[in-house]
Ligand binder design. Structure first.
Ligand SMILES: [Fe+2]
Length: 379
């Protein structure tokens, strides 16, 4: 399959994955099913719902199989539980019940079970977030990425559970921040920023008797920086809780790869470069290097430009080096060429990826999209 942005979706293309719509009232409404042949009305539907693109079937790339990071049912159930707890916290002006924490704890158990049974922890899928439910999706993603990083770091079950709890609850304090500040499209004033900076600590009092001290320390320190310029306390490296250091990496990554009211999302490779630039001043190097075994710079099924000027599609990622995947060349005449292993093949070490974009026009890919276009002709 190939990922095609909505701008280049064409009638006749066949969906390789369900197109799911997330909204505040329904986290997984099925918009279009896998196998559906696109027509103009369906494409308009995708665009209307601001979905950036879709995975499309392709004979030349049928060996690329993009799987959801966790089971869709578990994801929907997790989002529902997170929303319940966050919403209750907001409506009660900051009260939290033991039953809510039990709910969150069982979500964490499910996530850990799900992640431990995966053969491959790499986060290869393009996961579009919905503005309305950003906070819940963000907390779920931070928990997932933190647990996966924890697994890579060799953490045991108890630590993974604590880390997952801190991940799911890390931004619950935001529910007490006025929406006008939270979703402000422009830069916050100094006064607004001071209010924003209370979110890592303003839920701690309520959580104190319900979660372990490690979970509390993780939550309160997810915006601290190694050089002491973070908040709320301005603590320096050794005084920042280990869970907080892991959450910080996952929090920044997920936030920057998401559209926000004040900016568009960045591509994963750009965010990875940014994170690497934050090592030592802000982020812990060892944690970041394990995190970089989980996420990928170039998700499989997406287009990249090589330094040779050639267009290629990412086929496989290597956790040992997420910047140099295996790619398949797309020739200028639209046919599909050889696979090039940018990590293992010494003959190609001088080739680099110079540009990534989901946004390449695939219409010249006559060979690659053969099956889709044949269907269009038949139908
Ligand atoms: Fe936060």
């Amino acid at each position: 399959m190939l990922f095609i942005t909505n701008k280049y979706l064409k009638p006749g293309m066949i969906l390789a994955k369900d197109v799911v719509l997330s909204s505040d009232s329904n986290f997984s409404a099925l918009l279009l099913s896998e196998g559906q042949v696109l027509n103009n009305a369906y494409i308009r539907k995708i665009i209307h719902h601001s979905i950036d693109g879709a995975y499309i079937k392709s004979e030349a790339f049928e060996d690329i199989n993009v799987e959801s990071y966790i089971d869709d049912m578990i994801k929907t159930e997790s989002l529902t539980q997170i929303k319940d707890v966050y919403y209750e916290f907001k409506m009660s002006s900051g009260k939290i019940k033991a039953s809510a924490i039990k709910q969150i704890s069982s979500v964490v158990d499910d996530l850990i079970t799900e992640l431990l049974r995966k053969d491959d922890l790499t986060y290869n899928v393009i996961d579009f977030k919905n503005f309305d439910i950003y906070t819940y999706q963000h907390c779920l993603n931070v928990a997932l990425l933190s647990i996966s990083t924890g697994i890579s770091l060799g953490m045991g079950d108890h630590e993974l559970h604590e880390l997952g709890m801190a991940g799911l609850l890390h931004d619950i304090g935001k529910m007490l921040i006025p929406v006008e500040i939270l979703n402000k499209p422009g830069k916050l004033t100094e006064e607004e920023y001071e209010i924003m900076k209370t979110h890592p600590v303003n839920a701690l009092k309520q959580l104190r008797n319900l979660v372990s001290t490690n979970v509390l320390r993780g939550i309160e320190s997810h915006h601290e920086k190694l050089d002491g310029t973070g908040y709320p306390y301005g603590r320096k490296s050794d005084n920042i809780h280990y869970y907080g250091k892991i959450l910080a990496v996952c929090d920044i990554y997920d936030a920057l790869t998401s559209d926000r009211p004040y900016r568009r999302s960045a591509y994963p490779n750009e965010v990875i470069e940014y994170l690497m630039g934050c090592v030592d001043t802000h982020l812990d190097y060892d944690i970041l290097s394990h995190f970089m075994k989980v996420i990928v710079a170039y998700p499989i099924g997406t287009f990249v430009k090589l330094s040779s000027g050639q267009l290629a599609v990412v086929v496989k990622n290597y956790p040992e080096n997420i910047m140099r995947p295996l790619v398949r060349i797309v020739n200028s005449d639209g046919t599909v060429g050889d696979d090039i292993d940018l990590f293992h093949d010494i003959g190609y070490m001088n080739l680099t990826i110079v540009d990534m974009g989901y946004d390449y026009d695939p219409t010249s890919l006559t060979g690659a999209l053969k099956s889709a276009y044949e269907t269009r002709i038949v139908s």
